[in-house]
Design a protein around this ligand. Structure first.
Ligand SMILES: [Zn+2]
Length: 288
């Protein structure tokens, strides 16, 4: 799933390519991905893009008073092309959800795609991004200069949930998902099951630092890469997420996995939990 660093890289890439370019045609291919109907997505035809922004994990392409806002969910992506086919795309079982063809250069434009059978990609056409419920709910962005250590500490005050769940809650902090919350907690040498409200001042500071450096490093690594290489770059840059059974690059211990909420998380026992593996609650429930 694209998280803040990948969406940030996408937004910078599209900003460079799209600003000043006029839309010739919009083809909504997968109707289920379109969450709004007024204004129609074809209202972008004849308009020029004048800005690309990111809100959490949402991408926002602006053309005058219209915004094309997208949430790529688990398997969505944007493919840039300078060789779009002449024939209009047909609705079908393929991954293509939306095609935007630019007036020039000829045959250039982008496809919004979604792999797999779980269709969660969401596209909105709005006059204000705040009309998108997921955007309106977002907490502060870690890259916003106003996101200070004091703001972060205040978000955690009285927060009774485990820190792993708090970090990926979009209404607390925008843009962090399952992968980067694992990475941030590893960088902060902190147990994912620690209760947020129980963190002391030093731990809050360490976690704040880890959020900033982990996300900034990931954005830096993807700078200038072609879009099709971004996903591979994300995977190769992760130190614990998705690396169960591999060796921790910091201490050499074996990375472990434990169930969490609707998925699983990975962590290093030596770096994060005093060498003790976390109990898998799903497993212990089965054994009772
Ligand atoms: Zn380690």
């Amino acid at each position: 799933m694209p998280e803040l660093p990948e969406v940030e890289a996408l937004s910078r890439f599209l900003g460079d390519e799209l600003v000043g370019k006029t839309v010739e045609r919009v083809y909504p291919v997968a109707v289920h991905a379109l969450k709004t109907y007024d204004p129609a997505v074809t209202a972008f035809e004849g308009r020029a893009f004048d800005g690309v922004e990111r809100h959490g994990k949402f991408l926002d392409l602006r053309a005058g008073d219209l915004h094309l806002v997208m949430h790529l969910a688990r398997a969505g992506w944007v493919r840039w092309s300078e060789k779009l086919a002449d024939a209009p795309p047909r609705p079908g079982k393929g991954p293509l959800a939306l095609r935007v063809r630019l007036a020039e250069p000829a045959n250039s434009g982008f496809d919004v795609t979604e792999a797999g059978t779980q269709k969660k990609l969401a596209v909105y056409v709005v006059r204000d991004p705040q009309e998108v419920p997921g955007v309106a709910r977002l907490g502060p962005d870690p890259f916003d200069p106003a996101f200070s250590p004091a703001v972060f500490a205040a978000l955690l005050t009285g927060e009774r949930r485990q820190i792993k769940g708090v970090l990926r809650d979009q209404s607390v902090i925008a843009g962090i998902g399952n992968a980067y919350s694992d990475e941030i907690l590893h960088a902060a040498r902190m147990s994912p099951f620690k209760l947020a409200a129980k963190l002391d001042q030093e731990e809050v500071g360490r976690l704040y630092e880890a959020i900033g450096t982990t996300l900034a490093d990931a954005v830096e690594r993807s700078r200038g890469l072609p879009l099709r290489e971004l996903k591979a770059e994300k995977k190769s840059g992760l130190r614990v997420h998705g690396r169960k059974g591999e060796t921790c690059p910091v201490c050499g211990d074996t990375i472990r996995e434990v169930s969490f909420s609707d998925s699983a998380l990975q962590y290093c026992p030596s770096c994060q939990t005093g060498g003790k593996p976390l109990a898998d609650r799903r497993l212990s429930r089965l054994l009772k």
